[in-house]
Design a binder for this molecule. Structure first.
Ligand SMILES: Nc1ncnc2c1ncn2[C@@H]1O[C@H](COP(=O)(O)OP(=O)(O)OP(=O)(O)O)[C@@H](O)[C@H]1O
Ligand SMILES: [Mg+2]
Length: 233
């Protein structure tokens, strides 16, 4: 039988004998290669996104926190997830650092790798909204084009772009992980704000100015914007 990772030969797609085994074993390959097939058979899924959301009593959403390193994305993401779970919401926090330890461990910080990092997280967030979850993403995501590409994966209103707006000077002063110190000493390369640009959102759904309030106050402001998703209709 064709192995799970190898590309099936064209005759495998046409052969009636090969069809059932092919479809059981090669679903992933089919989806990944759908654009190359003349007649892709997409797997139909019986349970809908709406059903999964109704059970959870909420509407799925992606809360995309973008901003410089040290801006406060993880701090605010964690606080707001805690507040949501306390209210009985079903959530997941996708934190850039965490994902770079697993799913994206093969990626570095060049512009190309940063793009791929964002693309993958967007696709994961998409799957999680299919599960009916409120997905909080905390990633620098420095480039407008990549954030726009992720936005386009979602229905209107489902993607909430949040600019965690902290000036570079303040981030450098905070330097919670000591990364600015190392970047300024050229011990690490491709650091956003030092060696690479950060492109602020032009029309985010929300701007959180972290110099204007405590982390808890800023998280409460975000919670107000998420509140409408906490009912199923
Ligand atoms: N109002 C605020 N909101 C959020 N964080 C704040 C605020 N005021 C001070 N801070 C501090 O700023 C730091 C933000 O660090 P955090 O790790 O959350 O940044 P980040 O945006 O996730 O950075 P990175 O992209 O490197 O992961 C923390 O030490 C936090 O306590
Ligand atoms: Mg972080």
């Amino acid at each position: 039988m064709t192995s799970r990772t190898s590309t099936p030969l064209p005759h495998d797609r046409r052969s009636p004998d090969a069809t059932s085994a092919y479809h059981e074993d090669q679903t992933d390959a089919l989806c990944a290669n759908a654009a190359n097939l003349t007649d892709p058979k997409r797997q139909s899924i019986a349970v809908t996104k709406r059903e999964r959301s109704m059970i959870k009593g909420q509407r799925p959403a992606v809360i995309w926190l973008t901003g410089l390193s040290g801006a406060g994305k993880s701090t605010i993401g964690n606080l707001v997830e805690r507040k949501l779970v306390t209210r009985g919401a079903h959530t997941i926090l996708l934190d850039g650092d965490m994902l770079r330890c697993g799913l994206n461990e093969d990626l570095g910080f060049t512009s190309i790798d940063r793009r791929e990092n964002i693309r993958r997280v967007g696709e994961v967030a998409k799957l999680m909204t299919e599960a009916g979850l409120i997905v909080i993403c905390a990633l620098i995501s420095p480039f407008r084009a990549e954030r726009l590409a992720v936005r386009r994966l979602f229905a209107p209103g489902e993607f909430v772009e949040v600019f965690v707006d902290t000036p570079l000077q303040a981030c450098v002063a905070r330097d919670p992980k000591g990364l600015y110190r190392r970047a300024l000493a050229n011990e690490i390369a491709n650091f956003t704000g030092i060696h690479q640009p950060y492109e602020p959102p032009e029309r985010p759904e929300l701007i959180l100015r972290t110099l204007d309030g405590s982390p808890d106050q800023v998280a409460d402001r975000l919670l107000e914007v998420i509140q409408p998703f906490l009912t199923a209709v």
